[in-house]
Design a protein around this ligand. Structure first.
Ligand code: NAP
Length: 289
């Protein structure tokens, strides 16, 4: 990468940012397409978010990603919001259009793209979604927009969160979502008619990679199982699903798609998806050692 006086800057703001895959994905893609861009990670503490956002604008950055814990707090600092990001209430990608900062949510569209790429259409499907955190909320919105029939299961302590997501979607989109506590009996009942299971909890994520949010005996062939956890790439949930003959979709696909969609917004170019996936995978393997 040659930094010149004309190099355009993209980046990531979050805290922490040490383990992010985004710099390797984007810089490899810029190189591949010979684009004079560079992507940098910036650790930004919550109390310094306003200065960081106006700083990136003043420095004329082309755009940036936003990660935990800033995806919601960044919204009032932006000039415009894409309607999907507005409904979800979270932003992970910002485009700087000549000093006008516009926020998008490519976590949601990246998740959808990962399904469509595997020829899984959520329309009218029975979908069981585990979790009610930031990612689950984005996924619940986009699946509802696609007319999926959703059941959300979450831990008891935060069940109100899941109910709030369902209430918002009912208000915005007029779709009914069933909400239950994440218990084996509820899981078994919800999975009976399910076409797709999505894990949007952090259960199974490294270093606790030996556990799954779903008992292995509930897996069945004909089910599509999506785990948005990408570290490890083959989670226990996906291993159990594959052993039962289910179709599996890895969280790495969603991760790369959210990056690829951001790349396209910043550069206007079609991203080299396979290369981005390859470098993200090798970075993940490096982190696992
Ligand atoms: P978050 O906002 O912190 O939400 C975490 C969710 O996991 C909450 O619903 C939480 O339940 C649930 N949870 C945590 N521990 C649990 C346990 N032991 N049993 C049951 N539920 C549990 O995090 P997030 O941003 O939504 O991310 C969730 C996961 O998705 C993370 O592993 C993250 O790395 C991954 N992710 C992947 C992508 C991708 O592109 N592939 C994108 C975003 C996130 P409570 O509500 O009860 O706390």
């Amino acid at each position: 990468m040659n930094i010149s006086g004309k190099t355009k800057i993209c980046g990531l703001i979050g805290d922490p940012v040490e383990h992010t895959m985004s710099p390797v994905m984007h810089n490899a893609a810029f190189d591949k397409l010979s684009l004079d861009y560079a992507y940098l990670p910036f650790r930004v503490k919550p109390e310094e978010l306003p200065q960081a956002v106006s700083g990136l604008k003043a420095l004329n950055a082309t755009g940036f990603n936003v990660t935990i814990p800033h995806k919601v707090a960044v919204i009032p600092l932006l000039d415009e919001l894409d309607p999907l990001a507005e409904k979800i209430g979270a932003v992970n990608t910002v485009v700087n259009d000549n000093g006008v900062l516009k926020g998008y949510n490519t976590d949601a569209s990246g998740f959808l793209q990962a399904l469509l790429e595997r020829e899984v259409e959520p329309k009218s499907m029975n979908i069981v979604l585990l979790g009610a955190g930031g990612a689950a909320r984005a996924i619940a919105y986009i699946l509802s927009e696609w007319n999926a029939r959703l059941t959300i299961l979450n831990r008891r302590e935060e069940l109100d969160w899941a109910k709030a997501i369902a209430a918002n979607i009912r208000k915005d989109l007029g779709k009914d979502i069933e909400v239950f506590e994440l218990l084996p009996a509820h899981l078994a009942a919800a999975l009976e008619p399910a076409d797709i299971l999505v894990n949007a909890t952090s259960v199974g994520m490294s270093p606790n990679s030996g556990i799954s949010p779903v008992p292995a005996q509930l897996m069945k062939s004909g089910l599509v199982v999506v785990d948005i956890v990408y570290n490890p790439v083959r989670t226990k949930l996906l291993q159990d699903a594959a052993a039962a003959g289910a179709v599996t979709v890895e969280g790495l696909d969603m991760l790369v798609w959210q990056g690829a969609l951001a790349f396209e917004k910043w550069t206007g170019k079609k991203p080299p998806f396979d290369l981005m996936k390859e470098v993200a995978l090798s970075e993940l393997e490096k982190n696992e050692k």
